[in-house]
Design a binder for this molecule. Sequence first.
Ligand SMILES: *[C@@H]1O[C@H](CO)[C@@H](O)[C@H](O)[C@H]1NC(C)=O
Ligand SMILES: *[C@@H]1O[C@H](CO)[C@@H](O)[C@H](O)[C@H]1NC(C)=O
Ligand SMILES: *[C@@H]1O[C@H](CO)[C@@H](O)[C@H](O)[C@H]1NC(C)=O
Ligand SMILES: *[C@@H]1O[C@H](CO)[C@@H](O)[C@H](O)[C@H]1NC(C)=O
Length: 195
Amino acid sequence: MKVHFVVLLLLISCFATASYAHNVHLSTLNQSLIVSASATTGQVLKAGFDTITITWAYNTNLTVPDTNYTTVEAKLCYAPVSQTGRDDRKTDDNLDLDKTCPFDITEEPYKRSNNTFIWTIPRDTPSATYFVRVYVINTKKHETAYGQTTDAAKTTNLFKIDGVVNEQKASAAWSVFGNSFGNRYAWLVMLILML
Ligand SMILES: *[C@@H]1O[C@H](CO)[C@@H](O)[C@H](O)[C@H]1NC(C)=O
Ligand SMILES: *[C@@H]1O[C@H](CO)[C@@H](O)[C@H](O)[C@H]1NC(C)=O
Ligand SMILES: *[C@@H]1O[C@H](CO)[C@@H](O)[C@H](O)[C@H]1NC(C)=O
Ligand SMILES: *[C@@H]1O[C@H](CO)[C@@H](O)[C@H](O)[C@H]1NC(C)=O
């Protein structure tokens, strides 16, 4: 009984920490992190194979207090060129509705400097143009600051990921299916069909 209760609590706490945004708007956050990625402008990286080294640090030129910074969340984000005509990737200033950065890279405790993370690009990452954004989470579990590898207009330091998985040289029907729904949904449908 007690064990079940603990498991339940753990599950609840997982869900509770899984989403941070609560009507927080990106435009109200301080851009207090300097973020860089090893991927160079226009570079094409292979999903499932290549790595990106991401570094971030507090911008010591600022006077923004970082006393309530607890966690950082690094995310892979679609560049505008890969968002056109795609409502499912749309940018919204309200982070609850924003679909710019759907891919989690890492979540780490906040440190002022010396932060490095080497990320192997997951195999199911869609082919697109990207940048990296790192959010700072505060003691209230809300986004409170951020930094990104690109400029405000999201036009500089963009890199590409080639998401074509070699093993998927299957039928043309499969590739059409995969492209229109995204690999994640395709796998979900496959799973449901198999059950
Ligand atoms: C911080 O300020 C110094 C001196 O003005 C400048 O050289 C440096 O580039 C600034 N750093 C950042 C990250 O803005
Ligand atoms: C942004 O920084 C200012 C000080 O420069 C501070 O007063 C304000 O609370 C900060 N905003 C957030 C959302 O942390
Ligand atoms: C940090 O959090 C405490 C408690 O919520 C709050 O009183 C304080 O103003 C916060 N400090 C900053 C710099 O945001
Ligand atoms: C950063 O890491 C290096 C090497 O591990 C260390 O020598 C240095 O003191 C660290 N700097 C800070 C500010 O933690």
